[in-house]
Design a protein around this ligand. Structure first.
Ligand code: FA5
Ligand code: MG
Length: 433
């Protein structure tokens, strides 16, 4: 599996810049911390993979892992019952939630104590408990179906921001989405009087397909409010004080998780923070973006009862950190319920070329492919792109199919690919070549 990871990682930074939902290209590398990559990034030999998915009982109220939508027609999250028909509305043009996504709602991998995401969440909790005894309130059961207002308006995402598009976000209807980041809960928690909090949850994005991107993943949001007394004696203004505290806190967290790992700060942009940063960790020969963070925009504090305060916030990708910590090569493995997943099965590649039209987007293509092949699709990659004399543009995509659990037969792949071609033609209205 190594070569696959290396290929994916090589293009990761470029892709991340182009496709990241909230951030844009970095202005500069602001600093670099620590020394050499570790020969082993796992701090404890015992945190190794093979049996993690079966080792511990799920938390009270959680169901065993299921992977198909058919298995449940309603789930409950944080006391809210979510039925399939509440989120999947095939006849409603303002809805773009497929069954494959509904099937992931309520699984709450981050609440399973022996799942890598649960272990990681608890390890991060340990760090905050040790360094900020009892100060951070913890939430890991907030409903992922949120208002557009919570997900975007409350965190100042501009009306024309790309992340609001149907191409990037799963809409339940015009006013409701599956949260695409845990920042969706910042404003309500501030209004409820919380000043230090951690929010862990599943988040949903229409996104590219490769070994480090998945349409459902998990984030942990951290938020800390400071009052003028906190920074008055420091010789810094509130913003500089919060930025320094944020970096110190997150560098400490990275060391708590990984030991002396190589990491660096990259300046970036988020609508809800200024200044804004991303933290990258050196992992298997490349830099991997693991979190976004920054000093909260004053407007958010003002609107939610904290005028004259400053705050920092971060949103970290739990899968990304767990991949480094546990040496997990592919993001789909977090969803596998078959302990043979550590076996290696060969991928099978299929290419398809077509003339695109003005409406074509790669995310729409990925959605079609995943709708047909589910988790058998490992990567969808543009390998050729040209425009002819008549101005028609052709794309050639290479689709990698691979099961985490068994070898796929030629017949099965050919059937899938035939289906993909038919649906791509009819749904995306492109002309196959
Ligand atoms: C955000 O989602 C911001 N809300 C983070 C934030 C919070 C910034 C608070 C400032 C203050 P971004 O889109 O970059 O930012 O995602 C954050 C992290 O989620 C990324 O660094 C990455 O680790 C992870 N991530 C993003 N997309 C995916 C994906 N498709 N699959 C897996 N992990 C992902
Ligand atoms: Mg990002």
């Amino acid at each position: 599996m190594r070569p696959l990871i290396r290929t994916a990682r090589c293009c990761l930074r470029a892709r991340e810049r182009a496709m990241a939902t909230f951030s844009v290209a970095p202005a500069a590398i602001s600093s670099s911390t620590a020394a050499r990559p570790l020969s082993s990034l796992r701090p404890h030999g015992r945190l190794l993979l093979p049996c993690f998915l079966h080792a511990a009982p799920a938390p009270a109220g959680a169901r065993p892992l299921r992977t198909s939508a058919a298995a449940a027609s309603a789930v409950e999250v944080g006391g809210v019952k979510i039925a399939r028909e509440d989120v999947v509305k095939e006849d409603d043009p303002t809805n773009n939630v497929p069954d494959t996504i509904f099937s992931k709602i309520g699984l709450q991998l981050h609440r399973r104590d022996n799942h890598p995401l649960g272990i990681l969440k608890n390890t991060i909790y340990d760090y905050f408990d040790k360094n900020f005894a009892g100060q951070f309130d913890k939430f890991d059961d907030l409903c992922p179906v949120v208002a557009v207002k919570q997900n975007f308006d409350d965190v100042l995402v501009p009306a024309d921001h790309v992340s609001r598009s149907y191409n990037d976000t799963y809409y339940v209807d015009g006013q409701t989405v599956l949260r695409c980041h845990t920042s969706a809960h910042q404003a309500e928690l501030l209004r409820d009087g919380h000043t230090h909090f951690l929010v862990t949850g599943d988040v949903y994005r229409r996104d590219s397909i490769d070994s480090t991107h998945y349409p459902v993943f998990h984030q942990m949001e951290g938020f800390r409010v400071f009052s003028p007394d906190d920074w008055s004696g420091s010789g810094m203004d509130g913003t500089a004080y919060a930025a320094a505290d944020l970096k110190k806190t997150l560098e400490g967290l990275a060391r708590h998780l990984f030991g002396a790992v190589e990491m660096r700060w990259v300046d970036t942009y988020f609508p809800f923070t200024n200044p804004s940063f991303e933290l990258e960790i050196y992992f298997q020969d490349d830099w991997l973006e693991v979190l976004g963070c920054g000093v909260t925009e004053q407007e958010i504090l003002k609107r939610n009862g904290r005028t004259d305060h400053v705050a920092w916030a971060f949103g970290l990708g739990l899968e990304r950190l767990a991949m480094v910590l546990f040496d997990i090569p592919d993001i789909r493995l977090f969803w596998s319920n078959d302990k043979r997943f550590t076996s290696q099965f060969p991928p099978c590649y299929k290419d398809m070329s077509f003339w695109i039209n003005d409406e074509f987007t790669e995310n729409n293509l990925c959605e079609v492919v995943r709708g047909i092949a589910g988790d058998l699709v490992e990567e969808v990659k543009l390998i050729d792109n040209f425009t002819n004399k008549k101005g028609m543009t052709s794309h050639c995509y290479r689709i990698a199919y691979r099961s985490m659990e068994r070898s796929l037969t030629d017949e099965e792949i050919n059937d899938l690919q035939w289906n993909v071609r038919e649906v791509v033609k009819s749904k995306l209205k492109v002309e196959l070549r």
